[in-house]
Design a protein around this ligand. Structure first.
Ligand SMILES: [Zn+2]
Length: 221
């Protein structure tokens, strides 16, 4: 006969056991309990997909900034947690905690990391003041420093519908470097991303030029 304490102890060990970890003595201890306990064998069977999931982890990708999880791993673990939460409302499930711990330990924090790293880091937006040459136009902008140059994210309205506008970023020498063009859409709000080859630290401003070269909006950086 086994007592509840032993079940609990073994169930906390099933995660690493399922992954083939543990010393021979430790594994023998778990196996001895499993031989006489159908309930714990059933628990182990539910953890069987773990090694297959982890086998799909490409070690070469572990150091990448945005690792892609093996297909279905996050969903599968979340589904398990959701199912457990629904089934056992009053007690945290040791099995799920142990499974999560097993994934985390085996993948050096990588596996569970997917669950708590939901979105890629956002680029640093730098809001900048925009001066407009006419009250017909309203505009706001953020700039983003990239390794290849500064990006201008322009949001505005009142740019004449169908008219072509050019955006230039000026560098320290006063050179106007093209950053792209956009079509005005009239009173509706437009949002466009304009990329220049001028690095943020070298950029002194940007200008939005109408087709005749008139500056209709500008910003000092
Ligand atoms: Zn048991």
């Amino acid at each position: 006969m086994t007592d509840q304490g032993e079940h609990r102890r073994v169930r906390e060990q099933l995660g690493w056991y399922a992954l083939g970890h543990g010393t021979p003595e430790e594994r023998a201890g778990v196996r001895a309990h499993l031989d006489g306990c159908a309930a714990c064998r059933a628990e182990l069977a539910e953890l069987a997909p773990l090694p297959a999931w982890l086998a799909r982890v490409d070690p070469d990708r572990l150091d990448e900034q945005q690792p892609a999880p093996p297909a279905g791993l996050g969903d599968a673990v979340l589904a398990r947690i959701a199912a457990e939460s629904a089934a056992v409302r009053n007690r945290p499930s040791r099995r799920v905690l142990a499974a999560a711990a097993a994934v985390g330990v085996a993948a050096a924090g990588f596996g569970v990391g997917w669950l708590v790293r939901p979105v890629p880091p956002q680029p640093p937006l730098e809001p900048v003041a925009v001066e407009v040459a006419t009250t017909d136009i309203q505009a706001t902008a953020n700039v983003i420093p990239h390794t290849w140059g500064v990006e201008v994210r322009l949001v505005g309205e009142g740019f004449t519908a169908g008219a072509v506008y050019e955006v230039v970023v000026t560098d320290e020498d006063g050179t106007a470097v093209p950053a792209g063009q956009f079509l005005g859409i009239g009173p509706g709000e437009l949002s466009c991303n304009l990329n220049s080859s001028v690095l943020r630290e070298d950029a002194t401003g940007f200008e939005v030029l109408a087709a005749d070269g008139t500056v209709v909006a500008s910003s000092q950086l």
